[in-house]
Design a protein around this ligand. Structure first.
Ligand code: ATP
Ligand code: MG
Length: 204
């Protein structure tokens, strides 16, 4: 499915990463997303498998190379030896990412609502927490940087994942983590005020 039947049906997959659980931020993070009016239609805690993570983070050579080039730049600037091609440094990042993602429980959930992908991305903020905007989840609740990760050879700990793509990508991610019967289609009463064309029934 590439397009939702109506804009209010747009889906996004969200996952509070192991550091989000360990920092006791589950409630805080869900609150920020829930209060926008987006509807949670599935939610669970689990420990991701390596295989699920490799499928989820299906990065291509262009991604490995562009990430690795940044690492090469950093190593040159810091006087560290550059021992391999940029693409290999990029692949190291995903290996470190999978180690991080499988280190403990995560909370995965599916949200539905108008422009859910854009709205959740806006709340989540940029990849590197120390430079994510103030007011975003990553910017407000943690401090990690690419540079400390390069020094220590680990993945950026940024609390949360959200879908970054079209509805085909959202559906692809959701299918990795949820069975169809774990997703509940239901109506929230507040959807009337968010979406109904005629706001009948308010005035007495
Ligand atoms: P996510 O896909 O997890 O929502 P994102 O879309 O902001 O995050 P991506 O570029 O897709 O970022 O990278 C996936 C994850 O890999 C990041 O969230 C981060 O944990 C890790 N990561 C990305 N780039 C680096 C890097 N240069 N060094 C270390 N870790 C990185
Ligand atoms: Mg991403």
């Amino acid at each position: 499915m590439s397009k939702p039947s109506h804009p209010k049906k747009e889906l996004s997959y969200v996952m509070i990463k192991p550091d989000g659980i360990q920092r006791s931020l589950v409630g805080e993070i869900i609150k920020r997303i829930e209060r926008t009016g987006l509807k949670i239609i599935a939610l669970k805690m689990f420990v991701p498998t390596e295989e699920q993570c490799w499928t989820h983070y299906n990065k291509d050579d262009a991604w490995f190379t562009s990430k690795g080039e940044r690492t090469v730049e950093f190593r040159k600037k810091s006087g560290l030896p550059v021992e391999k091609e940029a693409i290999e440094y990029g692949k190291d990042i995903v290996r470190a990412l999978i180690k991080y993602m499988t280190s403990g429980p995560v909370v995965g959930f599916v949200v539905e609502g108008n422009s859910s992908v854009t709205v959740v991305k806006k709340l989540v903020g940029g990849t590197e927490p120390a430079t994510s905007d103030v007011g975003t989840i990553r910017g407000d609740y943690t401090i990690d940087t690419y540079s400390i990760c390069d020094v220590d050879g680990r993945a950026v700990r940024n609390l949360i994942h959200c879908t970054d793509g079209d509805q085909t990508e959202a559906q692809r991610e959701i299918a990795i983590w949820f069975k169809p019967e774990e997703i509940t289609n239901y109506r929230l009463v507040q959807e009337e005020i968010l979406y109904d064309v005629d706001l009948d029934g308010i005035l007495e």
